[in-house]
Write a protein that binds this ligand. Structure first.
Ligand SMILES: C[S@@+](CC[C@H](N)C(=O)[O-])C[C@H]1O[C@@H](n2cnc3c(N)ncnc32)[C@H](O)[C@@H]1O
Length: 354
């Protein structure tokens, strides 16, 4: 691919901004399971412009409710001003670009009633940041990575300090992003493309229960704010006037425990599925693979309750997966050499001829 076009495409793919309500809905689902999920923790939102990002806004506004110890948010030098929030309009050049510092970190160790109105909210955070310039740190980057790049030494130092990383990172760098979190042994709650599930850097983590899908049902897709100059978008938000695009293939990935993954699926027996199942009705038995020692189950609803063997299920099953009920043994992807249930390997020619 032409390198310039490739970079432009990647940049475009990366400028999706998460809506406040989506963050709130997801984070609060963890609190239902464990109200202390974030208590006493350092939360790091990287790839998040503290002056605009709803991640920063949510965690700053709920700093005390969540019981945070510290909130760190870092923006990336390459990010445009998306026009999402007006925390600090003075950083905008007015043309979608930002004034110096192009990348910065904001650190909050407390959120108090700065304006003395009796309530503690995002207005207090704005005031605090206006009064305390020291809470904003310009990021310079290093020899390899620019300011605010999640791979830069400055950002890795913040990462090391963090207990939980929460963000929507650039989709184009998702593999590297997850690898870095895993390398540093961090807890995380991040948004990614559902296509990433089968990545060789991601699937083994899912298989080993070191990463799973978040609480928001992933089949619905998500709506994101996109830059104002985008030609393709779904609708304009009435309240904010900002453009919104739908990404049907996006979901939350996490290693924070939540209640939904402990809800077992209620299933019918094999016999009942063969009598009533949408795709199985009228059949004598479940189909078997000829290259795996497994039955084929084409929808999670037809998983038989009285069968203990291996079955092939669609990837959408992961949204319903409870580790208390099932064990993931592998993928059918040809690049999965660990799948011991494979009984035969088709050559590329055989696949083409099929
Ligand atoms: C999908 S957007 C999400 C932005 C924000 N987290 C949100 O959800 O509103 C990803 C952001 O990461 C920025 N970004 C791209 N490459 C990056 C990098 N190497 N390091 C840090 N941030 C990067 C993009 O400019 C973009 O603003």
């Amino acid at each position: 691919m032409n390198r310039g076009l490739g970079a432009a495409k990647a940049a475009k793919q990366d400028e999706f901004y998460t809506q406040y309500l989506d963050i709130q809905k997801e984070v609060e689902a963890y609190l239902e399971f464990d109200p202390d999920t974030f208590r006493g923790k350092v939360v790091y939102c990287n790839c998040d412009d503290p002056l605009e990002s709803n991640f920063f806004r949510y965690f700053a506004a709920n700093f005390n409710k969540l019981g945070l110890k510290r909130l760190i948010s870092t923006s990336y030098d390459g990010s445009p001003i998306a026009g999402q929030g007006e925390m600090f309009p003075e950083y905008s050049e007015g043309n979608g670009k930002r004034k110096k510092p192009k990348a910065l970190a904001v650190i909050l160790d407390q959120v108090k009633d700065e304006d003395g109105d009796g309530a503690v909210n995002i207005e207090d955070v704005k005031l605090f940041l206006k009064r305390n310039k020291a809470a904003r740190i310009a990021l310079k980057g290093d020899d390899t990575y620019g300011g605010g790049d999640f791979r830069s030494a400055e950002c890795i130092a913040f990462l090391k300090e963090a207990d939980i990383v929460v963000t929507n990172p650039p989709f184009s760098l998702f593999r590297q992003y997850v690898a870095q979190l895993v390398k540093h042994g961090k807890k995380f709650l991040i948004i990614g493309n559902t296509n990433s599930i089968t990545y060789k850097e991601v699937f083994p983590l899912i298989k080993d229960n070191r990463l799973w899908l978040g609480c928001t049902n992933f089949n619905v897709g998500m709506f994101f704010e996109v830059p104002g100059d985008w030609k393709h978008f779904h609708h304009v938000c009435e309240e904010t006037g900002r453009k919104i695009a739908r990404v049907s293939t996006s979901c939350w990935y996490t290693n924070l425990d939540h209640g939904r993954r402990h809800h077992p699926l209620h299933l019918m027996t094999k016999a009942d599925n063969l009598r009533f199942g949408k795709t199985l009705k009228g059949k004598d038995s479940y189909d078997r693979y000829d290259n795996y020692d497994a039955i084929e189950v084409s929808t999670y609803k037809e998983i038989p309750s009285d069968y203990d063997g291996v079955m092939g299920v669609p990837i959408t099953f992961l949204d319903k997966y409870s580790p208390d009920q099932f064990e993931i043994v592998g993928t059918t992807e040809s690049n999965d050499p660990t799948n011991t249930f494979r009984t035969r390997v088709y050559t590329s020619q055989e696949c083409r001829d099929a």
